[in-house]
Design a protein around this ligand. Structure first.
Ligand SMILES: [Zn+2]
Length: 205
């Protein structure tokens, strides 16, 4: 399975390299002109270059394979068999409909079967999928399924609570609206006592 995922990432990488930096900068320049600005004025001269650099950072998830972060596991857990919950992992993503920022937090939990991962690795998986064009629903599922596939724990739960700038800064302009999505797999889906305990923990301040 690891091989398949690596290949996916390779293909993504190729796709992102098909367009040259110059061409992408030209596109930004066109948008600057389209909004009625002069791309040649002093303050805007280097803007296309800066925008491309920022975009490379916003979307660096296309060049990374999330499964790779879960490959190093520890089996010395001395019988620990309850859920591990990582709360309030910050998220900065972009919606695929408007390319507008999505900001919020993710909570990730899993119930180890016989191996655990370093805690920062769960946050890494969240990070890789966030740095792509997303819908919040898909982002939630991709994180959960990757952890389930690679670690094969007894269950995985992922919750995202995020604000979408395409909704807060434009459109209906509801500044305080956040969207909550949940995805449960394995024991978190089948056993409501696990699910309820998880929900209680993540809602505790
Ligand atoms: Zn949007």
């Amino acid at each position: 399975m690891k091989l398949v995922k690596d290949k996916d990432t390779e293909q993504l990488q190729k796709k992102t390299q098909q367009v040259s930096d110059e061409k992408a900068e030209e596109a930004v320049k066109t948008i600057i002109e389209w909004i009625g600005e002069n791309p040649e004025r002093e303050g805007l001269k280097s803007t296309p270059k800066r925008v491309i650099k920022a975009y490379r950072e916003y979307f660096r998830g296309y060049t990374q394979n999330p499964a790779q972060f879960l490959s190093k596991t520890f089996t010395e857990v001395e019988g620990y068999d309850d859920m591990v919950i990582e709360k309030n992992i910050s998220i900065q993503s972009h919606c695929e409909h408007h390319m507008a920022p999505i900001t919020g937090v993710a909570h990730v939990a899993y119930i180890p079967s016989n191996k655990v991962v370093g805690l920062s690795k769960l946050a890494r998986v969240v990070e890789v999928f966030s740095k792509r064009l997303q819908t919040q629903e898909r982002l939630t599922m991709q994180i959960a399924r990757t952890i389930m596939d690679v670690l094969q724990p007894r269950g995985v739960a992922v919750t995202i609570d995020a604000s979408h700038q395409c909704m807060t800064n434009r459109g209906v302009r509801k500044e305080d609206t956040t969207t909550v999505t949940n995805y449960f797999l394995g024991a978190f889906k089948d056993d409501l006592s696990f699910q309820n305990r998880y929900l209680r923990y993540i809602n505790k301040e």
